[in-house]
Design a protein around this ligand. Structure first.
Ligand code: PLP
Length: 385
């Protein structure tokens, strides 16, 4: 049976070129970048090259990147690191209800340590209003964290306007953006968007799992959350994941080298799929249509069919999707994004996420749509008598 993998927001297949480069590093250039001999220098070269590629894509300085073990670590370092470094000037943080648990749980932890957290409202499409951000920012606000692209419904936030609103109200307040779902799918320029900290993860962009990076702007006061050998200017102790870092950078380069054509193609696949799927009675799509949504994420609510039932029925046909958000964990949880945009209990139980990547083809999407057209009326017969 042909596999149709449409769970790319959970994780992506590594580009073969990235896997090959990593294999070569594991087998040949396996030195510790901190070692002073030739093997160390070779490894250090890979890290330097990765810094150059990734900072070039963001148009920032190579030194502004800190390599991490994943997106979760990047979010934790940004939020806890800035909260610790800035707590003398304020104890207030701002975020949204649709953030990934890597942000929301970190905020909750800080709340338990005496920080105050304001959670902004979002509209029915999951959009944050920059005017609400401006109203929430105060004299004692250390940091605002708003994600670039939502992992469940694909809504893309007006990041540049939010950055502008924050700095106008309080130039000292830092702006953190979780771009784990947005990097590789959108052009993101921290300087122009007034972003101080930006989180990226390797495995969402056809790089390896277990690696990511955090962009930290020049003037940002941040404290390390890992203690040890003092690598990466003391901000992130621990031997660098040389192969993973190089693989992630190569994958990012490949994505941005063909960015325009891939983005056009994905938007067109997305619109065709949405037009077809919403012809099935009662089926609706969450989040934004067209260019204000991400090119790769489609959140579909199918009243009368439980998401898990549809997921497994699709799996039997070789089509892999996820129920709500699979990238948080495999324990069942109520989606904070879907609740925040006002989906009732029935909607929460019957929403699946289809997420594409540059590897997704027209045939994949047509076969997935055909499978849903066949399965939904059939499965509804069991739930609706
Ligand atoms: N932030 C967002 C928006 C995500 O979708 C994910 C996905 O898992 C993460 C953070 C966490 O990234 P990682 O799996 O690399 O820890």
């Amino acid at each position: 049976m042909r596999e149709i993998y449409l769970d790319n927001s959970a994780t992506t297949r590594c580009f073969p070129q990235a896997a090959e480069l990593m294999s070569r590093i594991y087998l040949e250039d396996y030195g510790n970048p901190s070692s002073m001999h030739h093997k160390g220098v070779q490894a250090e070269k890979h890290i330097r090259e990765a810094r150059k590629i990734l900072s070039g894509i963001l148009r920032v300085k190579p030194d502004n990147l800190i390599f991490t073990s994943c997106g979760t670590e990047g979010d934790n370092l940004a939020i806890i690191g800035c909260a610790m470094a800035g707590k003398r000037s304020g104890m207030h943080l701002v975020t949204t209800p649709i953030e990934h648990p890597a942000v929301l749980e970190t905020m909750r932890f800080l709340e338990s340590r005496g920080f105050e957290v304001t959670v902004l409202p979002v509209d029915r499409e999951g959009l944050v209003d920059p005017a609400d951000v401006s109203a929430a920012v105060r004299e004692d606000t250390i940091l605002v964290s708003v994600m670039h692209t939502n992992n469940e419904i694909g809504t893309v936030q007006p990041v540049a306007e939010i950055g502008e609103a924050i700095k106008k109200k309080n130039p000292r307040t830092l702006f953190h953006v979780d771009a784990v779902q947005g990097f590789g799918k959108a052009r993101i320029y921290p300087a122009r968007m007034k972003i101080d900290l930006l989180t990226v993860s390797g495995h969402k962009i056809h790089g390896p799992k277990g690696v990511g990076f955090l962009y930290v702007g020049d003037k940002v006061k941040i404290q390390n959350i890992l203690f040890g050998g003092g690598q990466q200017k003391g901000l992130r102790s621990g031997t660098e994941n040389v192969a993973g870092t190089a693989g992630m950078a190569l994958a990012a380069k490949m994505l941005y080298d063909s960015f325009d054509e891939d983005t056009e193609r994905l938007y067109s696949l997305r619109e065709d799929f949405i037009s077809r799927i919403t012809k099935i009675p009662e089926v609706s799509v969450n989040g934004r249509r067209g260019r204000e949504g991400a090119p790769h994420i489609i959140s579909v609510t199918v009243p009368g069919v439980r998401a898990e039932v549809l997921l497994h029925a699709l799996e039997d046909k070789g089509v892999y999707v996820s129920a709500g958000s699979a990238c948080a964990s495999n324990r069942p949880h109520v989606s904070s994004t879907l609740s925040a945009i006002g989906l009732g209990k029935d909607g929460l139980d019957s929403t699946v996420r289809i997420s594409m990547s540059v590897m997704t083809t027209k045939e994949d999407m047509e076969e997935a749509a055909a499978a849903m057209e066949e399965l939904i009326p059939f499965l509804r017969r069991y739930t609706r008598h």
